[in-house]
Design a protein. Sequence first.
Length: 155
Amino acid sequence: MLLHQRWQEGCTTAKTLFDEIKAAGYSGGLTVLRDYLRPLRSGAQPQDRSTRPPSVRDVTGWITRHPDSLTRDENLKLKSILARCPQLDTVANHVRTVAEMMASRSGRTQLTGWIDQVTTSDLPELVSFVNGIGSDLGAVVAGLSLPISSGVVEG
């Protein structure tokens, strides 16, 4: 990379490096470059942006999206995270089950079994969610079973 090569050659002025990489096609800003160079000035290596841990939003999106819509990299990262956190893996399985019920309209036959599974899990937040479902179970079953919905009117 031109930037690291120039740094090794002794060019450590951010503005000069910025002008050079801008001419080579860099489209970022000077501040981004300065942030990137900061660790180099102290003798450390800059953190590779591709190795940053995924955000909560990233992981939530991976869990709630259809598995076929994930890239290979997203799928590998999700599998790695779920392997390290059994509780999150359990939550992800419960979310997938509900998504399958929604897609197949099988709430009438599967919802009570799913509720029983969640109730026996060690996931207090999900148990609380299931308890809330119980207060309007008929509407939830209808929403997961019938091809029509009043969601547009209620939304």
